[in-house]
Design a protein around this ligand. Sequence first.
Ligand SMILES: [Zn+2]
Length: 164
Amino acid sequence: MLGKGCNFDAFHLAWVEIWGLEVSPKVRHFLWRLCTSTLPTRALLKARHVIDNAVCSWCGKEEETSSHILFDCERSRELWEDSGCASLIEDISGTMCDMVVRWKATNVKKQQRAANLIWLLWAQRNLWVFDGKATPNGLLLSRLDRLSEEYGKYNSMIYKPMQP
Ligand SMILES: [Zn+2]
Protein backbone atom coordinates (compact mmCIF):
# COMPACT_ATOMS: atom_id res chain seq x y z
CA MET A 1 0.00 0.00 0.00
CA LEU A 2 1.11 3.51 -0.82
CA GLY A 3 2.01 5.61 2.15
CA LYS A 4 4.16 2.98 3.81
CA GLY A 5 7.84 3.61 4.20
CA CYS A 6 10.26 2.67 1.45
CA ASN A 7 13.18 0.30 1.71
CA PHE A 8 16.65 1.69 1.28
CA ASP A 9 17.16 0.69 -2.38
CA ALA A 10 13.80 2.07 -3.49
CA PHE A 11 14.57 5.19 -1.50
CA HIS A 12 17.83 5.71 -3.29
CA LEU A 13 16.34 5.10 -6.75
CA ALA A 14 13.45 7.46 -6.01
CA TRP A 15 15.87 10.14 -4.88
CA VAL A 16 17.82 9.88 -8.14
CA GLU A 17 14.59 10.09 -10.13
CA ILE A 18 13.27 13.11 -8.21
CA TRP A 19 16.59 14.87 -8.49
CA GLY A 20 16.59 14.35 -12.27
CA LEU A 21 13.13 15.87 -12.84
CA GLU A 22 12.93 19.30 -14.43
CA VAL A 23 10.81 20.86 -11.74
CA SER A 24 11.25 23.74 -9.33
CA PRO A 25 12.98 23.10 -6.00
CA LYS A 26 9.70 23.44 -4.12
CA VAL A 27 8.07 20.71 -6.22
CA ARG A 28 11.12 18.50 -5.76
CA HIS A 29 11.04 19.05 -2.01
CA PHE A 30 7.35 18.26 -1.96
CA LEU A 31 7.90 14.95 -3.80
CA TRP A 32 10.56 14.08 -1.35
CA ARG A 33 8.19 14.64 1.55
CA LEU A 34 5.71 12.40 -0.20
CA CYS A 35 8.29 9.62 -0.56
CA THR A 36 9.34 9.92 3.07
CA SER A 37 5.67 9.84 4.20
CA THR A 38 5.95 13.17 6.01
CA LEU A 39 3.09 15.07 4.36
CA PRO A 40 0.73 16.32 7.09
CA THR A 41 -2.34 14.48 5.82
CA ARG A 42 -5.21 13.92 8.25
CA ALA A 43 -4.20 10.25 8.55
CA LEU A 44 -0.70 11.28 9.62
CA LEU A 45 -2.01 13.89 12.07
CA LYS A 46 -4.35 11.34 13.57
CA ALA A 47 -1.53 8.81 13.96
CA ARG A 48 0.38 11.53 15.79
CA HIS A 49 -2.66 12.25 18.01
CA VAL A 50 -2.99 15.81 16.73
CA ILE A 51 -6.57 15.27 15.52
CA ASP A 52 -9.22 12.61 16.20
CA ASN A 53 -10.80 12.25 12.81
CA ALA A 54 -8.81 11.26 9.73
CA VAL A 55 -11.63 11.54 7.20
CA CYS A 56 -10.73 13.11 3.83
CA SER A 57 -10.98 16.91 3.59
CA TRP A 58 -12.54 16.69 0.11
CA CYS A 59 -14.91 13.74 -0.07
CA GLY A 60 -15.51 13.15 3.64
CA LYS A 61 -15.74 9.41 2.93
CA GLU A 62 -12.34 7.77 2.99
CA GLU A 63 -9.36 8.12 5.27
CA GLU A 64 -7.16 10.99 4.12
CA THR A 65 -3.87 9.24 3.37
CA SER A 66 -1.52 10.87 0.87
CA SER A 67 -2.39 8.27 -1.78
CA HIS A 68 -6.10 8.84 -1.27
CA ILE A 69 -6.06 12.62 -1.46
CA LEU A 70 -3.53 12.86 -4.30
CA PHE A 71 -4.50 9.91 -6.49
CA ASP A 72 -7.79 8.34 -5.49
CA CYS A 73 -10.15 11.06 -4.33
CA GLU A 74 -12.71 12.06 -6.93
CA ARG A 75 -11.34 15.53 -7.57
CA SER A 76 -7.79 14.24 -7.98
CA ARG A 77 -8.91 11.46 -10.31
CA GLU A 78 -10.62 14.01 -12.57
CA LEU A 79 -7.51 16.13 -12.78
CA TRP A 80 -5.24 13.17 -13.48
CA GLU A 81 -7.56 12.25 -16.36
CA ASP A 82 -7.92 15.79 -17.71
CA SER A 83 -4.20 16.50 -17.55
CA GLY A 84 -3.38 13.43 -19.64
CA CYS A 85 -1.18 11.98 -16.89
CA ALA A 86 -3.50 9.23 -15.64
CA SER A 87 -1.24 6.50 -17.07
CA LEU A 88 1.44 7.44 -14.53
CA ILE A 89 -0.77 6.47 -11.61
CA GLU A 90 -2.38 3.36 -13.09
CA ASP A 91 -0.25 1.20 -10.88
CA ILE A 92 -0.22 2.45 -7.31
CA SER A 93 0.76 -0.83 -5.73
CA GLY A 94 3.88 -0.75 -3.61
CA THR A 95 5.27 2.37 -1.98
CA MET A 96 5.42 5.94 -3.22
CA CYS A 97 9.10 5.41 -4.00
CA ASP A 98 8.28 2.44 -6.24
CA MET A 99 5.76 4.51 -8.16
CA VAL A 100 8.13 7.40 -8.74
CA VAL A 101 10.82 4.97 -9.89
CA ARG A 102 8.38 3.45 -12.41
CA TRP A 103 7.94 6.91 -13.95
CA LYS A 104 11.38 6.59 -15.52
CA ALA A 105 9.79 4.48 -18.24
CA THR A 106 7.70 7.41 -19.53
CA ASN A 107 8.35 10.59 -21.45
CA VAL A 108 10.23 13.19 -19.36
CA LYS A 109 7.74 15.97 -20.10
CA LYS A 110 4.96 13.77 -18.78
CA GLN A 111 6.94 12.98 -15.64
CA GLN A 112 7.47 16.70 -15.11
CA ARG A 113 3.78 17.38 -15.65
CA ALA A 114 2.76 14.67 -13.18
CA ALA A 115 5.16 16.02 -10.56
CA ASN A 116 3.75 19.54 -10.95
CA LEU A 117 0.21 18.18 -10.83
CA ILE A 118 0.79 16.37 -7.53
CA TRP A 119 2.13 19.59 -6.08
CA LEU A 120 -0.84 21.60 -7.36
CA LEU A 121 -3.25 19.03 -5.92
CA TRP A 122 -1.73 19.33 -2.50
CA ALA A 123 -1.85 23.14 -2.73
CA GLN A 124 -5.56 22.85 -3.66
CA ARG A 125 -6.18 20.59 -0.72
CA ASN A 126 -4.59 23.19 1.56
CA LEU A 127 -6.49 26.06 -0.03
CA TRP A 128 -9.69 24.15 0.71
CA VAL A 129 -8.72 23.16 4.25
CA PHE A 130 -7.41 26.54 5.36
CA ASP A 131 -9.42 29.03 3.26
CA GLY A 132 -12.46 27.02 2.16
CA LYS A 133 -11.69 27.89 -1.47
CA ALA A 134 -11.33 25.84 -4.65
CA THR A 135 -9.88 26.72 -8.04
CA PRO A 136 -11.93 25.56 -11.08
CA ASN A 137 -10.31 22.60 -12.87
CA GLY A 138 -9.85 24.49 -16.15
CA LEU A 139 -7.88 27.22 -14.43
CA LEU A 140 -5.81 24.68 -12.57
CA LEU A 141 -4.93 22.89 -15.80
CA SER A 142 -3.76 26.12 -17.45
CA ARG A 143 -1.69 26.80 -14.33
CA LEU A 144 -0.19 23.34 -14.81
CA ASP A 145 0.72 24.15 -18.44
CA ARG A 146 2.33 27.42 -17.38
CA LEU A 147 4.27 25.82 -14.57
CA SER A 148 5.81 23.27 -16.91
CA GLU A 149 6.61 25.86 -19.59
CA GLU A 150 8.09 28.38 -17.17
CA TYR A 151 10.40 25.91 -15.62
CA GLY A 152 11.60 24.80 -19.05
CA LYS A 153 12.48 28.41 -19.87
CA TYR A 154 14.11 29.04 -16.53
CA ASN A 155 16.27 25.99 -16.96
CA SER A 156 17.38 26.87 -20.48
CA MET A 157 18.28 30.39 -19.27
CA ILE A 158 20.48 29.02 -16.54
CA TYR A 159 22.20 26.44 -18.67
CA LYS A 160 22.56 28.48 -21.87
CA PRO A 161 26.24 29.13 -22.52
CA MET A 162 27.33 32.77 -22.18
CA GLN A 163 27.28 34.72 -25.41
CA PRO A 164 30.64 36.27 -26.37
ZN1 LIG B 1 -11.41 11.92 -0.54
